[in-house]
Each structure stands twice: as C-alpha cells, then as structure tokens.
Design a protein around this ligand. Structure first.
Ligand SMILES: Cc1ncc(COP(=O)(O)O)c(C=O)c1O
Length: 399
C-alpha cells in the first residue's frame, strides 16, 4: 500500500463542476467535464422535451436548433450555412471519409500522430475502395512545427485525395500549424480534413480564414458542453457529396431556409439533441468565467499546462518533448526511466489504475513512438492548479 500524501486543496473554480470529492481530475482532454449550470440547463431542456416530445423534436425543432447553430458558427468563425452538429468528432470523420468517391490507387494521407479511431476510418475506407493509406512519419519528440509540415508535404503525391490532419494531436498533445499546411495542400490541389477534436475552447478558431475542405471538432471537450456535442464544417463547394454517417429523412425532405447539407445532417433518427442545444450556454458561461473572457481562459490554461509540464519533467528527470509554443492546454510527459519497458497489461496500465484507486488521480497513460516510450498526458482546465501536478509527481514517486 503506497504511503498517503495530502491531496491538493480544490481551487475556487472546482465548485462549479461535479467532481467527486477527493479526486484530482487531470484528464479534461479525454471526454471533457460539464459544469453544473450547463447540466442544469440540459435537465431543463430534457424536461421540456418530455413534456411535449413531438413539439420539441419535430414541429418546433428548428426553432431551437438554429440559434444554437448560429452561436456555434460565430464562435468558430464560420457561416452557419456551412455548419452542422454531429455527436462527436468520430462521426464527423466518418461522414467525410466514407463519402469520398475513391478509385483504386487513390491515396489517403495521415500522420503517425493521428488518433486511432479516426485512422481506422481511413483504413476501412481504403480497404473497401482499393485506395492506399499513406502515413507520414512525424518525429516525436520534435523541435519545431516545421517537422510536421515537412513530414506531411513529403508524402503528398498526384494520387493524394485527402489529408487528415489533427489540429491538436491526441497522445502527443502537439498543436499542428494547420493554416500553413492547409494552404500548402490547397496549392497542390489536395483537400484537408482537419480533425480538430481538441481545438474549440483550447485554440482560437476562424474557419473563414482557414477555409479547409472539412473541419470536425468536439464541443464536449474544451467548450465543456454536455457529451454528444460536436460539429462538422464542410466548405460550400464540397457539401453536395457529403452524407452523414447515419442517413435519415433529410435526403429527400427539404426545409425552406436550410441547405441540403443541413437537411441531411440535422436529423439522424430519434435522439436527444439537448447536448447540442446547450452549446450557446456553454460558450457564454465559460466565456464569462474570467474578466478577459475566452482569450484569458485559453491563455490561463496554456500557462498552467506549461507550468505543469515543467514540474513533472523536473521531477521525472526527462526533457519536454516539444517547445512550449506547441502545446495548448494538454501536454505529454515521458514517464520516468524506471517505468519504461514494462509490458502492457491490456487496456489500462496498472500504474494508472493504482493512481486512481490509491490517490484519486485521473490521468491517462500512453505508449507510442519508435522506439516505443511510455507517456502520461496532463490536461489543464480552469478548475486545476499547480498543486494538482505536484501531487501527481509525488504520487508517481510512490508507485
Ligand atoms: C485527435 C482526436 N480525434 C478524434 C477524437 C475522437 O473524439 P470522440 O471520441 O469524441 O469522437 C479524439 C478524442 O480524444 C481525438 O483526440
């Protein structure tokens, strides 16, 4: 039984979330965490839905959906006509990739830092169409964002039909310079699907400026909306070909004032749309938490992630794997040498279980790289403090 250490005191903001007392949540990155007021809003919406199911879900559905879409479009710098809600980034990637009309020999390009679930969509699409999956190997640790750009551009060929590009990579937690890369690919006539799963709320977004062919992202992570809130943006000239992962009424039932793209995506069969409808309140509430609004929140989270990474790297006697400016509010830290090389026990590493069971610390452990190394990934949200990471460092020492 590891020796107990006093847990950190909760900061002022933690009271606004539901966290179980005694736990230290350092994994906002995986599924986010929804504040109490937003959950209360969702409960109220659900009560309204159950009070008048048909009115809510069918007759007057668009009257609730459209303001939510407009608030989201403003937040991400897009035209509402180009934006639809989806339930998660995985659904957005599925819709785009599985709608492509590919020929045998066409190439789908991704990177070695991509997200497994989304890579699987490319693998399966390549399998059924005869297309080729091409993986750009990106070094990690890396010294500059140019290594990402160069790695991708080297693999572009005349057969490249789509590049899938993370805006913020998952396990390695690096910000990718998507604006530069999208422009370079555009100049070569290649479309980009940006997987921005972590980006909204972590990084400022302006899709008018970025203008990728496709962009999908989660709102349940760094916008703290309820789970099941995400979006897909498709540039107008690519919309006609994109079908949702789930086809429903919209393919032959149009609604005045909506684009055919919106008709297809706005309804995916009976479901609970309240997570989507909470998005405006999540944007408003989080944006009002600090005097400097969203930009102060993003900056504060980034500064805490930088500080947290420094604390842990010093304690673990490891180097940070990328420059500070390449991290947002998540960061990968290599585990101390004595953890390296231990065999995987299955889905969850034993030390990760022990950290939660003995110390109440929630933090993900990963294995990646060539040669494979073991990493943990910290998140920094407003309810976290530097003391949380000092506690993590102390707990890791006792494992
Ligand atoms: C880069 C990236 N893409 C996609 C996803 C998938 O998100 P979801 O499970 O919400 O679809 C994640 C989740 O962490 C991610 O990090």
């Amino acid at each position: 039984m590891p020796q107990k250490i006093p847990p950190p005191a909760p900061n002022h903001f933690r009271q606004f979330w539901e966290f179980k007392p005694g736990t230290v949540f350092l994994n906002h990155g995986s599924f986010g965490a929804c504040p109490k007021v937003i959950l209360e809003r969702q409960t109220k919406l659900r009560q309204e839905m159950e009070a008048e199911p048909v009115q809510f879900l069918w007759r007057r559905y668009e009257e609730r959906l459209e303001p939510a879409r407009r608030a989201l479009a403003e937040f991400i710098g897009a035209d509402a006509r180009d934006v639809v809600f989806v339930t998660n980034a995985t659904a957005g990637v599925n819709a785009v990739v599985r709608s492509l009309k590919l020929q045998p020999g066409d190439e789908l390009l991704t990177t070695s830092l991509d997200y497994n679930a989304c890579r699987n969509v490319l693998v399966e699409t390549a399998r059924v169409t005869g297309a080729q999956l091409v993986v750009a190997e990106i070094p990690f640790p890396l010294e500059s964002a140019d290594e990402i750009k160069t790695g991708i551009l080297q693999k572009v060929s005349s057969r490249t039909r789509l590049v899938m590009l993370d805006h913020v990579t998952s396990n390695s937690a690096v910000i990718v310079p998507v604006l530069e890369i999208v422009r370079e690919l555009e100049a070569r006539g290649v479309d980009t699907l940006v997987d921005g799963a972590h980006a909204p709320g972590m990084l400022p977004l302006n899709l008018h400026e970025l203008r990728p062919a496709y962009y999908t992202a989660n709102l349940h992570k760094w916008v703290c909306a309820p789970k099941g809130a995400a979006f897909l943006y498709v540039r107008e000239d690519r919309q006609a070909a994109v079908q949702p992962a789930v086809i429903s009424h919209g393919n032959n039932r149009t609604r005045p004032g909506f684009t055919p793209f919106q008709d297809r995506f706005d309804w995916a069969g009976t479901f609970d749309p309240t997570a989507w409808l909470c998005v405006p309140e999540a944007i408003r509430w989080l944006g009002a938490l600090l005097p400097g609004g969203w930009s102060e929140l993003r900056q504060r989270n980034h500064e805490l992630a930088v500080r947290a990474r420094k604390i842990l790297c010093e304690q673990f006697e490891v180097e940070p794997p990328c420059p500070n400016e390449l991290i947002g509010s998540i960061a990968a830290v290599q585990l101390p040498q004595r953890f390296q090389g231990r065999a995987s026990a299955g889905k969850i590493d034993e030390e990760q279980l022990e950290l939660y069971d003995q110390f109440g610390i929630e933090v993900p452990f990963n294995r990646f790289g060539d040669p494979e190394r073991r990493w943990l990934r910290i998140s920094a949200q407003v309810y976290n403090s530097a003391a949380d990471y000092e506690y993590l460092a102390a707990a890791i020492k006792r494992l």
